[in-house]
Write a protein that binds this ligand. Structure first.
Ligand code: RB5
Length: 150
């Protein structure tokens, strides 16, 4: 993928892994915008997921990385946006197909269920696997719900 400025968001349960992801991105010289949260104090993931989703839809950041405890709540929130294809990935094989077949534009990680080493392998795949297009393009074009604003 052509990496632009990367968007990041999490809740408190994903805060520690988000900090680790920032160091991983910085080590590669990649810039990011952190939409929060900014501490491990309890908070609500939609407050951070919606602003990042809107920034992706406006073309300001791409791709996004989102983290909550399980990944489910933040993925559900992001996928309410018509332009978002957020994929919950807990192992590299799932992530590879999320890029190759689904052209995922947000990687969602389950912060309470991954070690940093496990996250490394998933991040590596997310940024290297390419969308295959073809029949998969036809399918992802059918995902948005017509008449619904993102
Ligand atoms: C927070 O306790 C937890 O519910 C949240 O991070 C996430 O896992 C929800 O889907």
């Amino acid at each position: 993928m052509e990496v632009k400025t990367i968007g990041l968001c999490s809740d408190h349960a994903g805060f520690a892994l988000k900090e680790y992801v920032k160091s991983w991105l910085s080590a590669r010289g990649w810039g990011f915008v952190d939409f929060g949260t900014f501490s491990s104090q309890s908070c609500d993931y939609p407050d951070y997921a919606h602003p990042m989703a809107e920034a992706i839809e406006r073309g300001e950041v791409y791709p996004g990385i989102a983290i909550c405890g399980t990944g489910n709540g933040i993925a559900m929130t992001l996928n309410k946006h018509q332009g978002i294809r957020a994929a919950l990935c807990w192992k590299p094989e799932i992530c590879e197909l999320a890029r190759k077949h689904n052209d995922a534009n947000v990687l969602v990680l389950p912060g309470r269920h991954l070690t940093n080493v496990e996250a490394d392998a998933i991040l590596e795949v997310f940024f290297t696997a390419e969308f295959e297009g073809g029949r998969h393009e036809r399918r992802i074009n059918k995902i948005p719900v017509s008449g619904v604003q993102g």
